[in-house]
Design a protein. Sequence first.
Length: 179
Amino acid sequence: MADVGYKRVSTVDQTTARQLDGMTFAQVFEDKVSGSTTERPALQEMLRYVREGDTIHVHSIDRLARSLVDLLGLVSDLKARGVNIQFHKENLLFTSEQNANQDLMLSLMGAVAQFERSMIRERQREGIATAKARGAYKGGVKTTNADAIRTHVANGASYRDTAKALGVSLSTVQRTLKG
């Protein structure tokens, strides 16, 4: 029975320092990518690592998932495997036991996280539209090209090493190689 930590921030510029601060774990998995998808390297590695009886510790629900469907799926799968999950900010522990109150709280808190993400995106779209109308928004600036990313990875570099070497986010490398 191991205690495992999971930390996530959205960009490589952000830090996970405040998440699960001062706690000790057998293993800590850390992603620096958007929570809008479950296709995150450290999350997938953690899901392969945990075993029945383990407890995953996460700072808050929105660090695990920003989509209610993804959150419910992840927690349901973990519970079915006998893996507990503890969300510290919300002070919620989910176990394999059937518990209607747990299910309700998870759905409510997950819906709030999804709503929050939707509101952030809406404000972002409104801000961009206003800036475009003023002529102040020219769109994102390309920091590197796809060929450089592909070449770097083809030469044996990991996605993380490629992102670091080229000064782009891990999600940029993943997106480029996917397309």
